[in-house]
Ligand binder design. Structure first.
Ligand code: UDP
Length: 325
C-alpha cells in the first residue's frame, strides 16, 4: 500500500501543519488546494497540485498521478459571519465540494478519510464541557455544512464502506514550534492573530466582542487548541482507520477555557506590549462558553495535548508572526 495521503487544503493553516505531522510520521502528503486561501510558502512537505474540490476530473487526474491510499480533507470555507451572509458559497464549497471529493475517492477505490469538522456543529451547547455525544444543533450555515457532511460520511460508511473520522475542532491556535508554518489569514478575523497585530503595531487596539456574557469576567470563553496537537490527532485518527470499519467523530480541544480578556492578558505577557482594548457589541452567533470534553480521543487514540498552556500557544503564534523581523 502506498504511504501517500491526499491533503485537500494542505496549503492552509491546519492543513499545512497536518502535512508536516504526516511527513514526520513517515507518510507522503500530496497537497490539493485551489489556492483561494492557500499559501504556496506553507507547502513544504510534499508536492502541490492546484485544483478545486468541485472539479472531479482534476481530482481524479491527481489521484491517478499519486495513487494515495487515504485523504485528509481540510479544504473548506470557515468563517461563521460570511456563511450567514453568503450561505450559497458555503453549501457549494463545503457540501457539494466534499461530495465531489467523496465521489472521486470512491471511483478510485480510496476508502479512508479524515474530515475537518467543527465545534460549530453543537450550536449553543446545553452541557459544558461538551461531550462528543452532545446533540448537534448548529446555529449558522458554516456549522450546518459540517453537520450535513458528518451525516453523509455516516451514510457513505454504511453503504459504500467508507471509513472516516470527523474531528470537531474547537479554537485552533498557535503555530508550528519550529516556525515552519503558521496562521496567514487575509483578512484576519481570529482573536489571537488580531491581538498579535496590535502588539506588532499594525492595529491600534483590539475590540472585545461583548463583556456582558454570563462568564466569570463577562467575555466569551473558548478552548484554544495548539495546531500541532490538532495535526497529531489527524495522524492518529488515520492510523485508527487502518484497524477496521470505522465511522466516528471526536472532539478536539484541550479542555481548558480561556476568556477573551485572559487571552489578551497572556498576549501582553508574551509580547511585552500593553495591547489596548475597546469593548464593542457582541458578535452575532457567539455562544458564551465553548469548552471540549476530549476524553474519547484520549482514551481511544492515546492523543494528548502536548502544548496545552495558553502562553505557549500564543508564544508560538508570536514567533511565527515575527519570523521576518
Ligand atoms: N473575538 C473578539 N474580538 C475580535 C475577534 C474575536 O472579542 O476581534 C472573540 C470572539 O467573540 C470569540 C473569541 O474571541 O468569543 C474567539 O473568536 P475567534 O474568531 O478567534 O474564533 P471562533 O470562536 O469564532 O472560532
Amino acid at each position: 500500500m502506498s504511504t501517500r495521503v491526499l491533503v485537500t487544503g494542505g496549503a492552509g493553516y491546519i492543513g499545512s501543519h497536518a502535512c508536516k505531522a504526516l511527513a514526520d510520521a513517515g507518510y507522503e502528503p500530496v497537497t490539493y488546494d485551489n489556492m483561494v486561501n492557500g499559501h504556496e510558502e506553507l507547502v513544504k512537505w510534499g508536492p502541490l497540485e492546484v485544483g478545486d474540490i468541485l472539479d472531479g476530473e482534476r481530482l481524479k487526474e491527481v489521484i491517478d498521478k499519486y495513487d494515495p491510499y487515504a485523504c485528509m480533507h481540510f479544504a473548506a470555507f470557515a468563517l461563521v459571519g460570511e456563511s450567514v451572509e453568503d450561505p450559497a458559497k458555503y453549501y457549494r464549497n463545503n457540501v457539494l465540494g466534499t461530495i465531489s471529493l467523496l465521489e472521486a475517492l470512491r471511483e478510485k477505490g480510496i476508502n479512508r478519510l479524515i474530515f475537518s469538522s467543527s465545534a460549530a456543529v453543537y450550536g449553543n451547547p446545553v452541557k459544558i464541557p461538551i461531550p462528543d455525544d452532545h446533540p448537534l444543533s448548529p446555529v449558522n450555515p458554516y456549522g450546518e455544512t459540517k453537520r450535513v457532511m458528518e451525516s453523509v460520511l455516516r451514510d457513505f460508511g454504511a453503504a459504500y464502506g467508507l471509513k472516516s473520522a470527523s474531528l470537531r475542532y474547537f479554537n485552533a491556535a498557535g503555530a508550528d514550534p519550529d516556525g515552519e508554518s503558521g496562521e496567514l489569514h487575509h483578512p484576519e478575523t481570529h482573536l489571537i492573530p488580531l491581538v498579535l497585530e496590535v502588539a506588532a503595531g499594525k492595529r491600534e487596539y483590539i475590540t472585545v466582542f461583548g463583556d456582558d456574557y454570563d462568564t466569570p469576567d463577562g467575555t466569551c470563553v473558548r478552548d484554544y487548541i495548539h495546531v500541532t496537537d490538532l495535526a497529531d490527532a489527524h495522524v492518529r485518527a488515520l492510523e485508527r482507520l487502518d484497524e477496521g470499519n470505522v465511522t466516528t467523530a471526536y472532539n478536539l480541544g484541550n479542555g481548558n477555557g480561556f476568556s477573551v480578556l485572559e487571552v489578551i492578558e497572556t498576549a501582553r505577557k508574551v509580547t511585552g506590549h500593553p495591547i489596548p482594548t475597546e469593548i464593542g457589541p457582541r458578535r452575532a452567533g457567539d455562544p458564551p462558553v465553548l469548552v471540549a470534553d476530549s476524553g474519547r480521543i484520549k482514551e481511544e487514540l492515546g492523543w494528548v495535548s502536548v502544548y496545552s498552556e495558553l502562553e505557549t500557544i500564543i508564544e508560538h503564534a508570536w514567533n511565527f508572526f515575527r519570523r521576518d523581523w
